[in-house]
Design a protein around this ligand. Sequence first.
Ligand code: ZN
Length: 73
Amino acid sequence: MSTNEPSVPIVCDECETETRVPLDDLADALERHNAEKHGGESVAEVDPAIKDRLADLVAEDLGLFDEDAAERP
Ligand SMILES: [Zn+2]
């Protein structure tokens, strides 16, 4: 288990901002930003440059993109 939590850049085209958030916080931070700034529209998103890597990372670490993760023994 790692104590060095990876942070993930969230970019927003409309706000022209980039914010780094802990992986744990990613979904909340995205939802919160879009809810507060964009009336719930999905404007901000994970930096596309690392999205692919993130998908691997998350799939391995958390299983967020892997529905089979629920089948842990
Ligand atoms: Zn925004």
